[in-house]
Design a protein around this ligand. Structure first.
Ligand code: NAP
Length: 317
């Protein structure tokens, strides 16, 4: 007997445990809908699917659903989907979850404090049994710059501001945030880089931001500034960064994202004394809140027939 329950395909390339946890969370958020793994879809279901939920999907699976109008990504960063779907009419809706923004803002505050309170230097001093008190500038005289003032960058800027730091931010179009100095454009970037003690990268990876922080841009930082990259590895030119760290121009880098993940065992970044490596953990998706956001987008589409706000394929984010 055919079921009248709507079906949503779920296309994910993840391990079995990740897949099961996602299915559980999505089904709990949408009990009235059948959420079906790609491999379990009937030919009919493939034909009829207007939208799908995806997490790092195989492009061939997307191509096997000929009537897709939109896909809902479970990630905030969608550069791979943008690349795969550039020539198609399928709209990409990315994850916008206030819980994710809070998680990222907390990570930004944590690692800004790690650098501001000179934890890498004290950890090193301990290995040498050195008792030496380093100077501490007040937070109100410490400038933190954030590249990208979107869902994650803005929440992070506010969190830092509320913790007493001087905060400046840079975005593509100009914007205003209370208590944060905002800049845009090429000159804006140069001005921001020359002011900051700690630079935080929260830009999407696009053709415009790929390799943005190269030797020229990193040279525009003050000597002794530090870098936190929580966005995507390819936004920073790794060999240029290594050169700036070795010269002491950049004091320290906290890197959560890399061009190749996982970082290979032989990668020289691992043991660099001026680098802190994190395994892409700054803002993990919360499956429960994310599934609720997806459920809201799905009901919006069912009720209005309109696709929720989607990624602009021209700008790539
Ligand atoms: P978003 O809301 O789309 O915000 C992107 C921001 O970057 C906007 O302020 C945008 O400017 C700015 N921007 C884009 N292109 C630019 C350019 N060429 N020049 C200057 N500014 C530019 O994105 P989001 O949700 O904040 O996420 C940002 C990125 O974080 C994601 O793309 C993802 O790669 C990464 N991420 C990492 C993790 C992790 O765990 N490490 C977790 C989640 C996400 P406008 O305001 O003018 O549009």
């Amino acid at each position: 007997v055919g079921s009248l329950r709507p079906t949503i395909p779920f296309l994910a390339r993840t391990n079995a445990q990740g897949e099961a946890l996602w299915l559980e969370a999505l089904r709990a958020a949408m009990p009235q809908i059948d959420i079906v793994l790609f491999k379990d879809l009937s030919q009919n279901q493939k034909q009829n699917a207007k939208f799908a939920i995806v997490a790092n999907p195989d492009p061939l699976d997307i191509a096997a659903l000929p009537n897709l109008v939109w896909i809902q990504s479970l990630w905030a960063g969608v550069e791979e989907l943008v690349k795969d779907l550039l020539d198609s009419a399928i709209k990409i809706v990315r994850l916008v979850d206030p819980e994710l923004s809070n998680t990222m803002a907390q990570a930004v505050l944590s690692w800004v404090l790690y650098l501001y309170r000179q934890m890498p230097a004290y950890a090193h001093q301990q290995t040498q049994r050195i008792w030496h008190q380093l100077p501490l500038a007040p937070a109100s005289q410490t400038q933190i710059g954030i590249l990208g003032l979107g869902q994650l960058g803005k929440a992070s800027a506010l969190q830092l501001r509320d913790n007493g730091f001087q905060v400046s931010g840079w975005s593509r179009t100009s914007t205003q945030i209370d208590g944060v100095s905002t800049l845009s454009g090429d000159e804006g970037l140069e001005a921001l880089l020359s002011q900051v003690d700690i630079l935080v990268v929260l830009l999407p990876l696009t053709t415009q931001t790929m390799g943005l922080l190269d030797s020229v841009r990193l040279s525009q930082l003050k000597t002794g500034a530090s870098l936190i990259n929580f966005a995507r590895g390819a936004i920073v030119n790794t060999s240029d960064l290594l050169a700036k760290l070795d010269q002491g121009h950049v004091a320290h880098a906290v890197l959560d994202v890399f061009e190749t993940e996982p970082l290979t065992v032989g990668d020289p970044l691992w043991l660099h004394p001026r680098i802190t490596i994190l395994p892409h953990i700054s803002a993990p998706t919360n499956k429960i809140t994310a599934s609720q956001i997806v459920a809201n987008n799905v009901s919006y589409f069912f009720e209005s027939g309109e696709v929720p706000v989607s990624v602009d394929l021209n700008s790539g984010y």
